[in-house]
Design a protein around this ligand. Structure first.
Ligand code: FAD
Length: 456
């Protein structure tokens, strides 16, 4: 009996790692099947190209142009064009424009589905979902310019090594950790700025002094976290156990997502000498193996997502949730695959106890702050200067945002169920698939490390 609450975290002593790994051997085949083999879950709608980074000038921080991307690899001109960073970053596969509201108004008879374009072969992924909910932890992707974005095939654009690195990538991660700001008095925007000033999407100038000051603080924080001799207490994420629960959870979600992305780019790495995609053990060693806290945050996120998916299961059982209006058979197949995942997720004892959050001490007052800061992380993804990375960054922040919404806003007792949009469901289940494959990759890397050590 080894529950994982935000307070007690997965560790070997508690055997929680093992519990989650065992669960993952059952979840992984089911979630892979769902996300790869159904139209509904293998395509994602997002606004990938038309939003500007709201926090800084793209020209300084972004690495979205070819020159910048090339700079990130030492001798790129020596390798074939198709292996270069800007090629690796490109999206592949059919990408159909969303027909927009107009199409439906022109033909009111038309159900909530449509054809996506030539050769797309889907009829099951079209929807209208403009409604925003104040309980959202993410910014709806159509927030700013009214355009509905594009559908992207997730299976054709796997998350893997792209070569995106350098100042642009660093800036995004730094800013994401700065959002974990509500630490004591140390971060100025939680201490001095009201939430109303912080959201939504302040102009870059308003942000600058905040970011500068927070940046200095974040650097200190970063040093504190990384100082090699600082004892690390695995169950807090910080060496000093004086942070409140909610702040720790926030940090761990971001760090776990970051570590999950690192695991994928190391697992599906391009060997630029041979041109082969293969695991890169040195990459794993350097980014994850040396940082057990980062790995523990992957497990933490796995536990959190498992709980959210298990909780959601009961709402997806019945016929009322239509996965593809107008196609009953497609609905049934998709639903069966969804339930395989949710039932597996619910098959373990409750491993994440969200009821402990936002209740004691300053907890209740933090909820809105927590939500707004998470929204800022989702906005940050528009600052990612590599198409594929931006796609997966947006999807995963939306996935965690949905999980948080399910955990903290879905009250089983009152029956007050926030509406979940298709994009939220797709993001949640694909994020679950991502963290599941991170667990798998980390397990495989661990074996490779053992072999390496044995051979030395
Ligand atoms: P980074 O990973 O950039 O990390 C910066 C600093 O953050 C580190 O030096 C360390 O101090 C700290 N840090 C690192 N990991 C953690 C952690 N888990 N928890 C806490 N602190 C940590 N590249 C790809 O090849 N493929 C992708 O799909 C991809 N997706 C990305 C998505 C996003 C949203 C972003 C911002 C970047 C993405 N990148 C991707 C780039 C990738 O994440 C790295 O930024 C890049 O490989 C450079 O790595 P780095 O070694 O400089 O350290």
């Amino acid at each position: 009996n080894c529950p994982i609450s935000p307070k007690s975290i997965v560790d070997d002593a508690c055997a929680s790692y093992a519990t989650l790994e065992k669960l993952n051997t059952r979840i992984k085949p089911a979630i892979d099947d769902l996300t790869r083999n159904t139209d509904f879950f293998s395509h994602y709608r997002l606004n990938l190209f038309h939003k500007q980074c709201p926090f800084w000038n793209d020209e300084n921080g972004m690495c979205g142009n070819i020159g910048c991307a090339v700079e990130t690899l030492d001798s790129e001109e020596d390798i074939p064009e198709v292996w270069r960073a800007h090629e690796l970053s490109k999206l592949e596969g059919p990408r159909a424009q969303h027909p927009g509201k107009k199409a439906r108004h022109e033909n009111p008879e038309r159900p909530l589905q449509g054809k996506l374009g030539e050769d797309v072969g889907e009829s099951c992924v079209f929807e209208y979902d403009d409604e925003c909910d104040e309980r959202d932890y993410c910014v709806p992707d159509d927030e700013s310019d009214g355009s509905k974005g594009d559908y992207v095939s997730l299976t054709r654009n796997p998350e893997r090594f792209t070569g995106y690195a350098g100042d642009g990538a660093r800036q995004v991660w730094d800013a994401a950790y700065r959002e974990n700001c509500f630490q004591k008095s140390s971060f100025p925007h939680s201490a001095n700025l009201g939430v109303s000033q912080w959201q939504p999407g302040p102009a870059a100038q308003d942000f600058k002094h905040v970011l500068d000051a927070a940046g200095r603080q974040a650097q200190l924080e970063q040093q504190r976290i990384e100082k090699p001799n600082t004892p690390f207490v695995a169950n807090t994420g910080f060496e000093v156990d004086d942070e409140c629960l909610e702040k720790r959870v926030f940090y761990r979600v971001v760090s776990g997502m970051h570590a999950s992305i690192s695991s994928h780019l190391c697992w599906d790495f391009l060997n630029q000498t041979t041109g082969e995609w293969q695991p890169n053990l040195a990459c794993y060693e350097f980014r994850l193996h040396k940082f057990p806290d980062r790995i523990s945050n992957v497990y933490f996120n796995y536990a959190l997502l498992t709980r959210a998916v298990a909780k959601l299961g009961q709402y997806l059982k019945g016929e009322e949730y239509t996965f593809c209006t107008g196609d009953a058979q497609g609905d049934a197949v998709t639903r069966a695959k969804v339930l395989q995942v949710t039932e597996q997720a619910a098959s373990v004892p409750q491993i994440f106890d969200e009821s402990l959050m936002f209740v004691n001490g300053e907890g209740p007052s933090l909820k809105e702050d927590f939500r707004n800061r998470f929204r800022n992380i989702s906005r940050l993804m528009d600052c990612v200067g590599c198409d594929k990375c931006r796609l997966w960054g947006k999807l995963q922040t939306a996935g965690y945002g949905t999980a948080l919404k399910v955990l903290f806003e879905l009250d089983n007792k009152s029956g007050d169920v926030p509406i979940l949009k298709r994009t939220e469901l797709v993001a949640l289940f694909n994020t679950y698939a991502r963290i599941s494959s991170s667990m798998y990759a980390i397990g495989q890397f661990r074996h490779l490390m053992e072999d390496k050590i044995a051979a030395e």
